[in-house]
Each structure stands twice: as C-alpha cells, then as structure tokens.
Design a protein around this ligand. Sequence first.
Ligand code: FAD
Length: 310
Amino acid sequence: AFDVLVVGGGPAGAAAAIYAARKGIRTGVVAERFGGQVLDTMAIENFISVSHTDGPKLAVALEEHVKAYDVDIMNLQRAEKLVPARLPGGLAELHLANGAVLKAKSIVLATGARWRQMNVPGENEYRNKGVAYCPHCDGPLFKGKRVAVIGGGNSGVEAAIDLAGIVAQVTLIEFDSKLRADAVLVAKLNSLPNVKVITSALTTEVRGDGTRVTGLSYKDRNTDNIHQLDLEGIFVQIGLMPNTEWLKDAVALSPRGEIEVDHRGATSQPGVFAAGDATTVPYKQIVIAMGEGSKASLSAFDYLIRLAPA
Ligand code: FAD
C-alpha cells in the first residue's frame, strides 16, 4: 500500500507528491492528465520569482521535478471512486476507471477544476488569443485595451471591477435581466466611469481575425436583434466547476461542489486531505495550489506518524 496517494497531477498534486517523497515514504500520483490546467495556459507572469514562463514549459518542469524523486506516477488514469478507511488508521481504496484498485494509508485529493465555457463559435479557437478565464492571471495583458466580461454573478462583477483599473473599457454582459452579484459589488461597479453593463444579452459568437479576438456578437433577448462589439479581450466568468463529482459520497463537499478543507487541508474523512482548485480554499492560482498541496502533504505525514505502529 502507498503511504501517501495523490490524486491529480496539476500544481497542487505535484507539490504534494514532492513533499511526501522527500519524507522517504511510499508515494504515488494518479493523474488523468499530468500538468492539469497549466497545460492549457500560455503566458504565466505571476509564478513568483519567474517573471515569465508558459504553461507547457511549467508542466514539463512540474513532471521533471516529481520524477527526480521515487514517486510512482500513474499518468492518463482516471480515479472513479474513493472508499475511505473503514477503521481509524485503516487503508483507503482508490478505484480507477481501468478497474485497478489502489490502497493507501493517506490520500491527497488535488483534482482541480475547469472553467465553464460559453460553447459559442470562436471561443475555443481564440482561447489564449483574447479569450481568457482568469482576471488575476491575464488582466495585465489587456492594459489599455477594451474587454468584455461575460457573466454578472459575483465573479463576473469582481472581474469587471478589477479589470476596470487596468484596461481602457469594460463591457459586462449578463444573460439575465439584472446582475446577480451582491449589491455592494454592483454599486461599486456602477460607480466606475469606464464600465458599461448590458443585461438580457446572450453571447452568440467570438469574432477574430484568424490570429486574435476582434469582437463578439450578442443577441438582445428582448428584441432578438444581434449586436456587435469591437474589443480585444473576453473574460468568461460563468463558473468554475471543481472536478469532484466522483467524490460526493466520500468526503464533504460545499454547495458548489468544492471539497471542504480546514486550514491544514484536512477533509471530513480522517486520513484524506485535499488541496488546490478542487477545494474551498479561495483564489484559484498556481502558487496557491502549490502551497496548499505542500500543506496537505505535510498534514498527511503528520497523520501517518501518529498512527499506531503496525
Ligand atoms: P489542476 O491544474 O486543475 O490539476 C488537476 C489535476 O487532476 C490534473 O492532472 C487532472 O488531470 C487531474 N484529475 C482531475 N480529475 C481526476 C480524476 N478523476 N482522476 C485522476 N486525475 C484527475 N494560475 C496562475 O497562477 N497564473 C496564471 O497565469 C494562470 N493562467 C491560467 C490560464 C488558464 C487558461 C487556466 C484554465 C487557468 C489559469 N490559472 C493560472 C489557474 C491555474 O492553472 C490553477 O489555479 C491551477 O492549475 C490549479 O492547480 P490544481 O493542481 O489544483 O488543479
């Protein structure tokens, strides 16, 4: 059996694996796609101490760093079910889609999240070429330009307020007839001179010149008329979905499906820890996921040394 079995090979899972392996304990990583969301990222400018890198490069570096240790990496494997230990100090079982069952004294869940997409023509084609999902990551790339934010919930309105301080003009597009964000955020948004809000609007297309985004089309849901906006960037803020559907019977999840963790990364099940975008920890960022992965792994080690000798 593994001492620590990590599920997920993004920044959180890689950090957890390295911290566990450095304790000299038996460590494994199961990942559907080693690298995680980092693989889908182009410019990364907030990985502290590295002023500029890109996703594919960071993903390779993550894997190489993990491979420098004695870690059993099971890439391209999807976990389907977690059965926590039945007795305190017992073994948890991780069931894989390929039928294998792995056993471990402790588990670190780091399955990350995915951004909900608009599913309109042009969105995938111009991803990282004007279509962005993370204002903390990509906001500065649009300094002095015109952007749209899609979604008028809290994350969309927060993004619009944030971006208004960096870009020239923000247009917030909401499907509903009114914004769904907290009143205090909406008041703040309405006080900003360079933000325009369009409600009852359905984005229908991302337009571009073959290289970059040049605008978007939306349908006014009251009149069914199609309108065009010219702009350089589109931030899609219609939800971040944690990859935790398979865990709902195993550990406590928040109403949004995030794994509930305490400040040590412990979940509702003894011996099961979690880290990164899949959890309730706020601000979904690479450096935060790495810190949380390290922390969850140290907590797992702390749990292991307190188990009764076999
Ligand atoms: P993830 O990176 O999502 O990794 C999850 C891992 O779990 C993957 O290996 C996945 O395959 C695996 N997995 C999922 N389900 C299963 C399963 N059932 N079984 C086995 N494995 C599973 N952050 C920044 O700090 N700076 C940026 O510039 C930046 N830009 C971004 C740009 C884009 C386009 C996107 C999408 C995100 C960006 N982020 C950025 C956010 C950052 O990528 C995430 O916060 C970070 O990757 C989260 O790490 P994680 O390890 O928690 O999850």
